[in-house]
Design a protein around this ligand. Structure first.
Ligand SMILES: [Zn+2]
Length: 196
């Protein structure tokens, strides 16, 4: 029986505690920028962050937009993985601890939802996201879907796992459950791809 969102929230408590000091980093500087890990952060509504972008590009490009968004996610995950792993390694005990602290700690304060790495094996990992922003954004702007729609997130996890776990850029992210199609959470498998 999968954990409820409330149970996952409790499980993630130690990871949130670990990154609490980062909350002050989210305060804008006198130049009006918020910078973390050498990257500028922006806060804006998720509907027009990707929801409306999806919707409008989908009208022009059609379904290939899913792959496009996935690839953007991979680049983001690789970049953020490189930046954040250096910061998190100082306060974590190693591989899984870094990954879960990033996902369940920083991810929480970034408003990505409750991210729980359910299982981690040598060749793949299983990640669940409760109240994921991308699925909610899709539901708000487009509506329900028959297939999983968190393409940026699955790409981001693949890119980040490539840096943090697999030491490879050839990692794929597959979403196996998604709240856009009525599942209680979004679920992702990341693994080294057989071919590029
Ligand atoms: Zn989803």
């Amino acid at each position: 029986m999968p954990e409820s969102a409330a149970e996952v929230y409790e499980k993630l408590r130690p990871y949130r505690e670990k990154v609490k000091e980062f909350k002050k980093e989210l305060e804008p500087g006198s130049d009006g920028r918020i910078v973390l890990g050498g990257r500028r952060l922006l806060f804006f509504g998720s509907e027009y962050a990707l929801g409306d972008l999806y919707k409008e590009i989908r009208k022009i490009v059609g379904p290939p937009v899913d792959t496009l968004i996935y690839r953007v996610g991979i680049r983001g995950g690789l970049d953020a993985g490189n930046k954040m792993s250096k910061i998190l390694e100082k306060m974590c005990t190693g591989g899984f601890d870094v990954a879960q602290t990033w996902c369940g700690g920083l991810g929480f304060y970034f408003g990505w939802g409750l991210i729980w790495i359910v299982e981690e094996k040598e060749s793949e990992a299983l990640i669940r996201v409760y109240n994921g922003w991308e699925a909610e954004s899709y539901l708000d702007t487009i509506g329900k879907s028959d297939t999983p729609m968190c393409h940026f997130t699955r790409g981001f996890f693949a890119g980040a796992a490539g840096v943090l776990k697999f030491k490879s850029e050839n990692v794929e992210g597959v979403e196996t459950k998604c709240t856009t199609k009525g599942d209680p959470y979004c679920e992702f498998v990341v693994r080294v791809a057989k071919s590029k």
